[in-house]
Design a protein around this ligand. Structure first.
Ligand code: HEC
Ligand code: HEC
Length: 291
């Protein structure tokens, strides 16, 4: 009797192991296919401004759009996620120093990365939020590229990104969007210029940077990744709708809310939002209250 129970248990456990391995192999093949897919896109010819105002704009935007949060203050790259389960996600060294971008990395390559979320071989970049940058105006994207093309060299050799087992499983299940290229309309032409003004329309333009976490409807919800807090509702039904412009601006520059909450910049990136101008923040507040 005991022998029989042991044998049956063995068969059941064995089958579970075989099924689990089979499932994981399927997941890996599917995610790898998505990662190595070649996209046929022709990058738009983006005008790269050379005037000092655009250059200064680019220098501010690399902070306000989060580039420095991931690629480091010196843009010399860093390990953005280093977790045995999720994987090692390395935001590349974007300078021309040792371990940086190739010497012949062209303006078209910059556009492939920012507008399409693709590397120069037209394969999807991991995590790099191009689905947001693809909504930038040509003026803003051009200014960012102009600034980045003159970054001082940083010698920093980093590893290649690699996706961990949980990263593969969550990606396959559609729980995390590892390849922003998949969510981009690659045929869309960039808007030439979006003029800053305290309007709902301009606020919507700035709010693209919040969508990744607060969702399109700005109502927040599920944490963006395991270990992160629930994302707050910042639409007309959330706290910010009751704040004055001054309180909204202070919150996004200091990480302290009028209700006394202290926001962790690793979870709610106010180190990025503190770089937004008064006009951008007022427009953003106006937009958030309107939805
Ligand atoms: C959420 C983190 C994150 C943010 C924000 C971010 N990047 Fe990246 N970026 C990455 C990661 C990760 C990679 C490497 C992806 C890979 O290995 O597939 C990358 C790669 C790149 C590349 C390399 C493309 C190539 O061909 O190898 C460029 C260029 C780039 N980013 C520019 C920018 C700029 C400019 C900004 C701001 C406008 C920015 N990134 C914001 C994470 C980020
Ligand atoms: C990387 C993800 C992420 C991005 C990008 C992001 N947020 Fe947040 N935000 C959060 C999370 C998570 C919370 C909740 C933090 C907590 O509960 O501690 C939050 C909280 C807030 C709060 C406080 C709300 C309250 O009720 O106290 C405001 C205001 C806010 N975000 C505004 C913004 C705006 C505006 C943008 C875009 C410019 C933005 N956030 C972009 C993740 C993000």
């Amino acid at each position: 009797m005991l022998k029989k129970i042991l044998r049956v248990t063995g068969i059941v456990l064995g089958s579970i192991v075989v099924l689990a391995i089979g499932y994981y192999v399927k997941v890996c093949i599917s995610v790898n296919n998505r990662h190595t897919k070649t996209y046929t896109v022709t990058p738009q010819v983006v005008n790269i401004p050379t005037d000092s105002a655009s250059y200064a704009l680019g220098g501010r935007l690399i902070k306000a759009k989060g580039c420095t949060d991931c690629h480091g203050d010196d843009m010399g790259g860093k390990n953005f996620i280093d977790d045995p389960a999720l994987g090692l996600i390395v935001a590349r060294n974007l300078t021309k120093g040792k371990g940086g971008l190739p010497q012949d990395y062209s303006t078209a390559d910059w556009v492939l990365a920012l507008k399409h979320g693709l590397d120069r071989d037209h394969k999807p970049l991991i995590i790099m939020p191009a689905h947001e940058y693809t909504m930038l105006s040509e003026q803003d994207m051009g200014s960012i590229i102009a600034y980045c093309q003159t970054l001082p060299n940083v010698d920093r050799e980093l590893e290649e990104s690699s996706i961990g087992p949980l990263g593969n499983i969550l990606t396959d299940a559609g729980k995390i969007a590892l390849f922003p290229a998949e969510a981009i309309d690659h045929n869309r032409t960039l808007t030439k210029e979006v003029v800053p003004a305290v309007t709902v329309a301009y606020g919507e333009y700035v709010a693209v940077a919040c969508q990744g976490c607060h969702r399109k409807n700005m109502k927040g919800g599920e944490p963006v990744a395991p270990g992160f807090p629930v994302v707050a509702d910042i639409s007309s039904t959330g706290h910010p709708a009751n704040w004055t412009d001054e309180q909204f601006i202070a919150t996004l520059r200091t990480g302290k809310t009028p209700e006394g909450k202290v926001l962790n910049p690793k979870e709610m990136p106010w180190t990025m939002t503190k770089e937004l101008t008064d006009v951008e923040l007022k427009a953003l507040h106006l937009y958030l209250k309107s939805i």
